[in-house]
Design a protein around this ligand. Structure first.
Ligand SMILES: Cc1cc2nc3c(=O)[nH]c(=O)nc-3n(C[C@H](O)[C@H](O)[C@H](O)COP(=O)(O)OP(=O)(O)OC[C@H]3O[C@@H](n4cnc5c(N)ncnc54)[C@H](O)[C@@H]3O)c2cc1C
Ligand code: FES
Length: 367
């Protein structure tokens, strides 16, 4: 009896799967949506070929929305308002949208397919985002799994951004990887240098873009990226600044500190860098230089698992208990966090419990 039920379920499931596959294939090869109009902010009309996602259709027309996951529906960065023509909200979008956003017709542009005339609202600053080409002029190994690239811009030759913002680097087809992808990387150089950018990239095992950067990319190679994106940047106040970032999260903090150092900033600043062992520390000399040039800046490296070989007599364990060494007045402290979603959630919870107002905690999550 049970065998019959299981066999029936398997047959019905298989048929449903086959039909779904047929629909996808039919849609890919036979659906023809012809030309449709995308109305942007009620001011601009684009005539485009229907059938692709809103994100990629806009990209093809040189309008670049943020898309940290490259359109896979897993980052939630590509939001825009769809006033009409976007079709029903998909289950893949719901986890990334708040009830207010859903009410406000916010959608994930990588999930919305352009099938008919569509009207959207996007922030005006998106029109400043451009596609850049450059040449990798330098690759430095900072640790066994972290490299810093210097990309000299060739087309256009200048970029304007705010310290803390990021770009979307495109990796080509290489080796067994048959698809081009695009991934978000924070700019690690100061915006004072407009003719090049630097990126600090940590290897993710089997990661498409980072394997290309670590194992295939060479000095002299051409690369392309879009940007700048993001709202993680220095607030124009006189509040104390608490920075927390481990691993490649150091990238935007380096850009911010280089920018502040060039302006002889006298703001009180403390940077807590969490690493596993001494071999994960990097650019310590640079941060020590800034401790000398900026009298109110202090650098606090903390090792969570120092080994005997580390010969480490510095701070050990989690970074959070050491914040008390820096924080003087919770109402006059801003926090700037960068790194994995788990690390950010833990630090935000800790800082809020200490009394730092949530609205003064700024972060970029490397989701
Ligand atoms: C705003 C923003 C800024 C970022 N800035 C930087 C930066 O400055 N430097 C930097 O190195 N990275 C940064 N990242 C992360 C980066 O965009 C990529 O996600 C990361 O480099 C992995 O890309 P990949 O193509 O190699 O891996 P993928 O091919 O995308 O992933 C391969 C596998 O690894 C998992 N994975 C993906 N990312 C990570 C991760 N970080 N740790 C562990 N597992 C992971 C995936 O779930 C997947 O299973 C940033 C992300 C965001 C959203
Ligand atoms: S691009 Fe990442 S969710 Fe749309």
């Amino acid at each position: 009896m049970i065998t019959t039920i299981l066999t029936t379920i398997a047959i019905v499931g298989g048929m449903a799967g086959f039909l779904a596959l047929l629909l996808v294939v039919a849609e890919m090869f036979f659906a023809n949506y012809g030309e449709v109009i995308i109305d942007i902010n009620g001011k601009r009309k684009l005539k485009v070929k229907g059938g692709s996602s809103l994100l990629s259709t806009l990209n093809e027309n040189k309008i670049y929305l943020a898309s940290a996951c490259g359109g896979r529906g897993s980052c939630g960065f590509c939001k825009c308002k769809v006033r009409s023509g976007g079709g029903p909200l998909l289950p893949t979008e719901k986890p990334f949208l708040s009830p207010d956003e859903i009410k406000d017709n916010v959608r994930l542009s990588c999930q919305v397919k352009v099938k008919e005339d569509i009207a959207i609202i996007i922030p005006e600053e998106i029109f400043n985002v451009r596609q850049f080409a450059g040449v990798v002029s330098k690759i430095e190994d900072h640790t066994y799994d972290i490299k810093e690239l210097t990309i000299q811009l060739t087309q256009p030759t200048e970029i304007n951004f705010k310290a803390g913002q990021y770009v979307q680097l495109q990796s080509p087809r290489y080796g067994k990887i048959k698809q081009k992808v695009s991934r978000a990387y924070s700019i690690s150089s100061s915006p004072d240098h407009t003719d090049y950018i630097q990126l600090i990239i940590r290897r993710v095992p089997d990661g498409i873009c980072t394997t290309w950067v670590h194992d295939f990319l060479k000095e002299g190679d051409e690369v392309s990226f879009t940007g700048p994106f993001g709202d993680f940047f220095i607030q124009d106040t006189r509040a104390d600044m608490l920075f927390v970032a481990g691993g490649s999260g150091k990238a935007p903090i380096k850009a911010m500190l280089e920018y502040l150092d060039a302006r002889n900033s006298t703001r009180r600043m403390g940077y807590f860098f969490g690493a596993r062992s001494r071999k994960d520390l990097y650019l310590d000399d640079l941060f020590a230089t800034w401790e000398k040039s900026m009298r109110n800046f202090a650098y606090y490296p903390v090792l969570s698992q120092p080994t005997e070989q580390c010969e480490w007599d510095g701070r050990c364990g989690y970074v959070m208990p050491y914040f008390d060494e820096f924080i003087q007045d919770v109402n006059n402290t801003e926090a700037y966090l960068c790194g994995s979603p788990g690390m950010i959630a833990a630090v935000v919870k800790y800082l809020v419990s200490k009394g730092i107002p949530k609205e003064k905690i700024y972060f970029d999550s490397f989701a």
